[in-house]
Design a binder for this molecule. Structure first.
Ligand code: PLP
Length: 396
């Protein structure tokens, strides 16, 4: 039976696939750095852009890479996509290409992105402004001070799962000749397509849900051909093009993306509902819970609520660490989006570099435990969390 995901399910399997040698249903791995030509005139025609052709893999002209980029563009309903060696490669190249007039960040961002903005962008003299999600009303004034800036946001954000209204921010940005860039890693394109809500560019850490098996590092940017054209030059000359072998592995992962994310959504919802009723859990941050502050907005702009959730325990920082240490099935590791469930205590990992005051200002408490809910039986995951809570907090 057709459901809200099925059109995408068909596209991720068949997109970008044409006729291949020997009847292969998928683009083979062209593990080559270069491509030969019949004569100098043919080579020169490709170099000068008068003829289409594969030339050199770092440029991105490699069929394995192009098949992947076709699917990546399709996933976000974009005109074009570029694949990168890592999520941070995609983000840094996008900020360097389109953020040089200034970058305005709204809400919480990935730790690596914050570090790049604070250190590398600052070193290059790129003005960076930070707004909390609750300070969004200041955005129009900030954008009007300096036209042509880049607005950057993540929704759901890490680790509070706070939801921002992409449509509203896109309108505010466009009123001031600014572009909106959304890091869509947490939601995945199965659950949310920011370009259809007015964003101009989308970035992904493909290391997470797109790869989905914790076995590859990659990144992607999706948007219009016009916005991606200058980005292509930065990628080429910074040497950030994804290797064909990894591109083929990522293409394989994308064929099961819809099935995986649908199951991540189901499992996370179950874990969230059971944990919300646990006496040692003060609060569950998950957009799929009816009493979550961003629930109504998430239900409007997302197709599913995702596999990420955060538990705030009725416990001290040390006790929360002890609970994390007691988990047996759920692995203690700083990533997300894989088939195996992972846990982290944000104050010890992703938000370790922030001062306690800054964490408090951002609503990130020391007793938070962030979970990337995997594809195990949710009953086993719930039992694992329950035994860890009981081992540390039972007799209080
Ligand atoms: C992991 C992550 C990144 C960085 O991706 P890498 O592939 O590790 O470079 C960027 N944004 C978000 C939201 C992430 O979770």
């Amino acid at each position: 039976m057709a459901d809200k995901y099925t059109a995408l399910a068909t596209r991720v399997i068949h997109s970008g696939q044409g006729d291949h040698p020997h009847g292969s249903p998928y683009t083979p791995v062209y593990n080559t750095t270069t491509f030969r030509f019949a004569n100098t005139a043919a080579l020169e025609a490709v170099v000068e852009g008068r003829a289409q052709g594969n030339l050199y893999t770092r440029y991105g002209t490699n069929p394995t890479l192009q098949a992947l980029e076709h699917t990546l563009a399709d996933l976000e309903q974009a005109e074009a996509a570029l694949a990168f060696t890592a999520g941070m490669a995609a983000i840094s190249a996008t900020l360097l290409t389109h953020g040089r007039a200034g970058i305005v960040c709204v809400g919480d961002l990935y730790g690596g992105t914050m570090e790049f903005l604070s250190h590398q962008c600052a070193a290059l003299g790129i003005p960076v402004t930070w707004l909390l999600a609750g300070e969004q009303e200041q955005l129009p004034a900030l954008l009007s001070q300096r036209p042509g800036q880049l607005v950057l946001l993540e929704t759901p954000a890490n680790p509070t799962l706070e939801i921002l209204d992409i449509q509203v921010v896109a309108q505010q940005a466009h009123q001031h000749q600014a572009l909106l860039l959304v890091d869509n890693t947490f939601a995945s394109p199965v659950n949310q397509q920011p370009l259809t809500l007015g964003a101009d560019l989308v970035v992904h850490s493909a290391t997470k849900y797109l790869g989905g098996h914790s076995d590859l590092t990659a990144g992607a940017v999706m948007g219009s051909a016009a916005l991606l054209k200058p980005l292509w030059s930065w990628r080429k000359n910074l040497g950030q093009t994804l290797a064909p072998e990894t591109a083929a592995l990522l293409s394989r992962s994308l064929r099961t993306l819809v099935v995986r994310v649908r199951e991540h959504n189901r499992n996370a919802q179950q874990v969230a509902e059971v944990m919300a009723a646990h006496p040692r859990v003060k609060r569950v941050y998950y957009p799929g819970l009816a009493d979550f502050p961003g629930h109504a907005l998430a239900a409007r702009q997302m197709r599913g609520f995702g596999g990420m959730l955060t538990l705030e325990l009725a416990a001290s920082r040390a006790e929360t660490s002890a609970v994390a240490d007691q988990l047996k099935l759920i692995l203690l590791a700083p990533s997300l989006g894989g088939v195996e469930s992972l846990a982290t205590q944000p104050c010890t990992t992703s938000h370790h570099s922030l001062s306690p005051e800054e964490r408090a200002r951002r609503g990130i408490s020391d007793s938070m435990l962030r979970l990337s809910v995997g594809l195990e039986d949710p009953a086993d995951l719930i039992a694992d969390i329950q035994q860890a809570l009981a081992a540390v907090l039972a007799d209080q």
